[in-house]
Design a protein around this ligand. Structure first.
Ligand code: SAH
Length: 498
């Protein structure tokens, strides 16, 4: 599929600065399912066009769908519209290739992102539920909209038009950031399909990208429902928050005051483990109602993704005895239990309530004796030396350190790295550099009310390196979740090894 953005702003080649992509060079970024190429078919002072060509591999998309791979019709992997239609794949490509522009940042020309530009956009092709839908979605945002329809079969005029259109949008003056954001949200809405699992992260993305314009859009409900794939669990609270934002803007307008920020809770309002809990379990979702899930690695929530990444790293070391410190309600424990080569797993948490939930979720009471012998849950605090933690090959602390006062980290360090000394330690924590992408999060606030701090990548690296040095470990830092240009992933991990 091909997307072009043209401008006649003078000098038009400023588009290259805005997009952070040099007009003279072809650039390629890897995206799930294929490659996105960025190039400039024209780049003169009068007129400049940037093109994003998304080259998806239809066979690759269908492979790796696990249990779903055999469903659909026999030739589905060779005959599907995914490589040609603007969809959620294009949104991911837009955020990967033009993430900085979408966030309104331009290092070389800091004033440029605020400029309203005359812009023309062409998307070949979009799928739409009817010819009037592109208009209904884009006209309220000030675009002139034209669609070119295609006959279903040129040899059979009686069959009428297909659901595919080339879309032309024009705007006399709009920030590039806004155009990219509108496309990011609305192209998958037209397509009504998603290649990954929809969860709370998607709801936050919609609030983040649509917060400025969606509350007042006449098709707000339609857009929200389709963007979130009709999942009531996410659609209803998101609509409520959009309505709140609308009312806040109304009040602010009336008082001629700046708009109040929307609800500043981007990750989860409650316990992170409990929030992830609201999702269907991994096994049910693989076999369930998500026809849209094509790339298994992207169909999980941020928290599940984090846990899977940690579990994966742990498996690779083939440890026999594993500790989960601050195990919460036992999501990582469940993943570890599935690994038969791990002989023994010990989960520890300071919260009795969390441990009770973990025992229920893991069905400890009903476990066959041999399986039951592989796992124990204990109550304890990471701030006090504890003999029970000695003699393990690996230990995980997933999203735990940020729940402690910074002054207590030295005690945790002494307990984990000084006394227990597992062969490897995996520590994850949110990446504060990423918080700027959540514009619902005002400066100085955290993603979760119980977080005592959130570290930038540099702060986390400084802590991890110092800890490793003091206790004779090696350490490497790993980004977690989908990385965005300039800010890293939503979460970060330090992997320590003796
Ligand atoms: N690792 C889990 C839970 C993260 S929430 C997951 O990723 O799903 C943080 C957990 O750390 C909570 O369950 C909390 O009870 C626990 N915790 C906080 N302070 C602790 C301490 N001093 N010792 C042990 N656990 C602690």
């Amino acid at each position: 599929m091909l997307l072009t953005i043209s401008t006649t702003y003078q000098p038009a080649t400023d588009l290259g600065y805005l997009l952070h992509k040099n007009p003279a060079r072809l650039q390629t970024v890897e995206v799930s399912g294929g490659l996105a190429h960025v190039f400039y078919p024209e780049a003169t002072a009068e007129r400049c066009t940037a093109a994003l060509l998304l080259d998806l591999d239809p066979v690759g998309l269908v492979r790796g769908r696990g249990e779903r791979g055999g469903e659909g019709f026999a030739l589905e992997q060779y005959v599907n519209d995914r490589p040609y239609v603007a969809s959620s794949f294009l949104s991911v490509a837009l955020s990967k290739a033009f993430g900085t522009a979408m966030n309104g940042t331009c290092k070389d020309r800091p004033a440029l992102p605020a400029e309203a530009l005359p812009l023309a956009v062409k998307v070949a092709v979009v799928a739409a539920p009817g010819p009037d839908w592109p208009r209904r979605l884009f006209e309220p945002l000030g675009y002139q909209v034209e669609t070119e329809a295609y006959a279903l079969d040129p040899t059979q005029p009686a069959w009428g038009d297909s659901q595919y259109y080339t879309l032309h949008l024009r705007h006399d003056g709009l920030r590039l950031q806004d155009v990219l954001t509108h496309l990011y949200v609305l192209l998958p809405v037209l397509d009504n399909n998603k290649h990954y699992y929809v969860d709370q992260t998607e709801a936050e993305k919609l609030l983040h990208r649509g917060g400025d314009w969606l509350p007042r859009h006449p098709e707000r409900d339609f857009i929200t429902r389709r963007y979130l794939r009709y999942r009531a669990l996410y659609v209803n609270p998101t609509l409520a928050r959009l309505l709140d934002a609308d009312e806040l803007t109304d009040e602010a307008d009336a008082a001629a005051a700046p708009a109040a920020p929307a609800n500043p809770v981007p990750e989860a309002a409650t316990d992170p483990a409990a929030a992830a809990d609201a999702l269907p379990p991994a096994t049910a979702s693989a076999a369930g109602d998500q026809a849209e899930a094509r790339v298994p690695t992207e169909k999980t929530s941020l928290h599940d993704q984090r846990l899977q990444q940690v579990a994966q790293e742990i498996y690779q070391l083939a440890p026999k005895r594993v500790l989960d410190l601050g195990c919460g309600e036992g999501k990582l424990l469940r993943l570890l239990l599935r690994q038969p080569k791990i002989d023994y797993i010990l989960g520890m948490d300071v919260s009795h309530q969390a441990l009770t939930r973990a025992a229920q979720r893991l069905h400890l009471a009903e476990m066959p004796p041999r399986q039951r012998a592989r796992i124990d849950l204990i109550q304890g605090s990471l701030l006090y030396k504890d003999e029970r933690l000695a003699g393990f090959d690996a230990a995980a602390l997933v999203e735990v350190i940020e729940h402690l006062d910074p002054g207590r980290l030295a005690a945790l360090e002494a307990v984990v790295f000084g006394q227990a000394r597992p062969g490897h330690v995996f520590v994850t924590t949110p990446n504060a550099d990423y918080n700027q992408l959540y514009d619902t999060l005002s400066a100085g606030t955290f993603r979760h009310t119980d977080h005592r701090f959130e570290w930038s990548r540099a702060e986390f690296a400084a802590w991890a390196t110092a800890v490793a040095e003091r206790h004779g470990y090696q350490v490497r830092l790993v980004a977690m979740g989908e990385e965005m240009e300039g800010v890293g992933g939503p979460s970060q991990m330090a992997v320590f090894g003796l």
